[in-house]
Design a protein around this ligand. Structure first.
Ligand code: PLP
Length: 400
């Protein structure tokens, strides 16, 4: 189908909820994606932190194909072999003892909020959830209530009992936790949608200590930064602390919709049959894909790879910053979630768009940050090509 036909079908039959580029994607392999005109792009969006192994990794593809021939979904009235196996892998590689599988990041956060609330109900009737003012936790009503105001406009009333605070300011949390009705704090260990914001070194450690002292649950939303993105399987591992609940999705199912929330035995026992559920969550297709993702990360040493590639990439970006001091305010990142913050929104937009023209995909976030999310197995030569492309785009934008 031609690009124009795809675009007109989108216009005619889909709700108008996305600002899309006039490009239709049809095929992907590794770090590369092709559009319907045959143009090839270096994909450093990776489905927005979904394709952590690159597009169509042979092991994930095989797992999906094999499982699709056997059984796609029997439903959760029965035991499902692949659920237990995948949950065991997650538990053995994290702080958690128990897992609940769902289908998306927002749904994982809804589940985490419900779990925190039932725990709060059973622990003195606490129900309030503290969240960072500029965070992103999803578009469903509970997750949206914990998300930045700009996504909430027009959808009020929201779910009651959510308290926004400043991110990376421990005094703000101290004050919020004076309220005895708070049952949980939900935070992204590194904020993705808000422009790749890394908190100060000791912030999350202090948050953990404060939550423990105040008997409040700490929920880490690792939907974007989990599954190896930062060079550890889970971002919390960088900070020498553990959350009480963690949410995952995006890369978890290798592109097959899959989400999860994980917790300890002690907290999980607040849930019993009938209190939470989903029809499609935990289906064998998503579980098989997820198992293949974790196996591959392990077998191919992708965590160390992401750390090394991330450091190399950040060094290259630092050199770009030195070259374009007038345009770039800061470069930052951890592992392979990287951001270039521009001083001016117009420059940021123009550079991201020029890069797309030149065959490099990155995302414009909060209008001024170019967010870069390569696959964990990105090659050094691909990083170099991307940096050259950004350099050329910047030169053209500044010369114009
Ligand atoms: C940190 C974080 N949480 C939750 C979500 C929502 O995930 P989903 O789009 O799968 O509902 C996102 C999506 O970008 C995210 O970045």
């Amino acid at each position: 189908m031609s690009t124009q036909d795809t675009i007109s079908k989108t216009k005619n039959y889909l709700m108008n909820t996305y600002g899309r580029y006039p490009i239709a994607m049809v095929r992907g392999k590794g770090s590369w994606i092709w559009d319907s005109e045959g143009k090839k792009y270096l994909d450093f969006i990776t489905g927005i932190a979904v394709n952590n192994l690159g597009h169509c990794h042979p092991k994930v593809t095989k797992a999906i194909v094999d499982q699709s021939k056997k059984l796609v979904q029997p439903c959760n009235l029965f035991h499902i072999e692949q659920q237990g196996e995948f949950a065991q892998m997650l538990v053995e590689n994290s702080f958690a003892d128990k897992v609940f599988f769902c289908n998306s990041g927002a749904e994982a956060n809804e589940g985490a909020i419900k779990l925190a609330r039932i725990w709060g109900t059973n622990n003195g009737g606490k129900y309030k959830i503290v969240h960072a003012r500029d965070s992103f936790h999803g578009r469903t009503m509970g997750a949206l209530s914990a998300t930045s105001k700009k996504y909430q406009a027009g959808f009020k009333p929201l779910v009651p009992g959510f308290k926004p605070i400043a991110y990376d300011k421990i005094e703000a949390l101290e004050k919020a936790l004076e309220d005895k009705k708070v049952c949980a704090v939900i935070l992204e260990p590194i904020q993705g949608e808000n422009g790749v914001i890394l908190p100060a070194d000791n912030y999350l450690k202090k948050v953990r200590a404060l939550c423990t002292k105040k008997k409040v649950l700490l929920i880490f939303d690792e939907v974007q930064v989990g599954i190896g993105r930062t060079g550890k399987l889970f971002a919390y591992e960088h900070y020498g602390i553990k959350p009480d609940i963690m949410t995952l999705s995006k890369a978890l199912g290798g592109g097959i919709p899959c989400g999860a929330f994980l917790t300890t035995n002690k907290i999980a026992k607040n849930l019993s049959p009938g209190m939470h559920g989903t029809t499609l969550g935990g289906n064998p297709l998503a579980m098989s894909a997820g198992k293949a993702v974790l196996d591959t990360i392990n077998e191919e040493g992708l965590l160390d790879g992401a750390t090394e590639s991330g450091e190399y990439f950040l060094d290259q970006l630092q050199a770009l910053k030195d070259k374009y001091k007038k345009e770039i305010k800061e470069v930052r990142g951890k592992g392979l979630i990287l951001g270039i913050e521009f001083k001016n929104n117009e420059t940021a937009k123009a550079v991201v768009e020029k890069c797309i023209d030149k065959g490099l995909l990155t995302i414009l976030t909060v209008q001024k940050v170019m967010r870069i999310l390569p696959p964990l197995n990105v090659k050094k030569a691909e990083i170099e090509q991307a940096v050259k492309t950004i350099d050329k785009a910047l030169k053209e934008v500044t010369d114009a």
